[in-house]
Design a protein around this ligand. Sequence first.
Ligand code: T4K
Length: 368
Amino acid sequence: MPIFVTRPNLPPMEDYFQILHEIWDSAILTNNGPYHQKLEGKLADYLEVPYLSLVSNATLGLLLALKVLDLHGEVITTPYSFVATAHSILWNNLTPRFVDIDACTLNITPGSVKRAITDKTAAIMPVHVYGTPCDVNGFEALEKETGLPLVYDAAHAFAVKAAGRSIVQYGDLSVLSFHATKMYTTIEGGAVICKTPELKREIDLLKNFGIVDEVTVCRVGINAKMNELQAAAGLASLPYVEEARHKRAVADALYRRHLGDIPGLSPLQIFDDVNANYSYFPVFISSEAPVARDRLYTVLQSEGIFSRRYFYPLISQFPMYANAPGASPENLPVAAKVSGEILCLPLYHSLCHQEVIRICGIIRNTLS
Ligand code: T4K
C-alpha cells in the first residue's frame, strides 16, 4: 500500500450515513440549510470565536475576505505558501508584494512587513504556515500603528492555540481550509472567521451572490456556499478531531525520536506555548547532508512513500508572480533556501508506528 503525505480524517461511515439519511428525507441540499447552520454554531464554539461563516473552500474564503475590505493597491504576503494565497490577491485585482520569511517559524514577520510598507499598501496577508502561529501580537501592534487591515491565511491552522488563545481570534479575518488533505475535513470546505458581526454579514451576503431577499441583490457576490453534504461530513468528523490530533502528536514524537541524530536533517521546531495541530511533518535536508532533498524525495517515492515538497517552488517563481514587487530571489534569500531544503513527510492520524519506523529507516540509510 502506498503511503501518501496525508490521508483524510474520515468519521465512521455510520455517523455520516445517519446525517445523510436526514438530508435525503428533508431534500434540503444547500443554501444555508440546517446542517450548515448547525456546523457554523458548533465550529464557532469549538474555535472560541463569535463570527464564523462557512464557505465551499478556503480559496474562495480568501477571495471573499479581501473582497469584503474593498481594497486597492498592494497586499503584503509570503512567497512561502500554497499558490491559493497569492491567487486570492490577484483575483481581487490587487498586487501581491512578497517579503522574506523567518528562518525558524517560516512565516513572514511584523518587522519584514513593516519595512515593505509603501503608500500603495492596502492590507497584510500573513500565513500560519504548517499551523505554526505568526507573531500575532506583533502584527496586532503593526495594525494599530498603520491602520492596515490584517487577513490571515489560516488554512493549516485549524484548532491551533497560541498562549492559550485560539489563533483565529486574531486579525480582521482569518480563513481556515477543510480540504480533504487537512486535519479536519468537510471534503472541500473552509470558514471565514470575522472580527465583527458586520464583516460576517458581508461575507454571508457575498458568498450567496449578494442576495438579500427574493427581489433584492445588493452586492456583486459569488457562489461560495458550503452545501449540506459538506456540512454533514464536518458535523460527523468534529467529535473525532481531538483523537486525531493526539494520534498525529504520537507519530510526530516518534519521527523526532528516530530522526533526531541524522546529520544534515532537522525537523521543523514546535514552539513553546503553542497547542499544535500536527498538520504536517516538515524536515529540512541541508546542504551538509550526503544526498540532496530531491534525491531523498525520489528514493522515498521508489519505496511507495509519497512525501511532498511543500512549498517548492516559491509562489514568487510562478510566471504570473515573477515580476511582482519583492519577487526577486535576492529579496527572498531565506524563503529560497528553505524551499530548496524542505520535505514534508507523511503524517496523518492512521499512520501507524511500523510505517513511521520504516520511513525513518529508509531516510537513515539514504542519508548515511
Ligand atoms: N492557503 C494555504 C496556505 C493552503 O495550503 C491551501 C490549500 C489553501 C489556502 C486553499 O485551500 P482550499 O481552497 O484547498 O480549501 C493540497 C490541497 O489540495 C490544498 O488544499 C492544500 N492547501 C495543499 C497544501 O495541498 P495538492 O495538489 O498537493 O493535493 P494532492 O491532491 O496532491 O493531495 C496530496 C495527497 O493527499 C495525495 O498524494 C493523496 C492524499 N489525498 C488527497 C486527496 C485529495 C487523499 O488521501 N485523499 C484525497 O481526497 O494540494
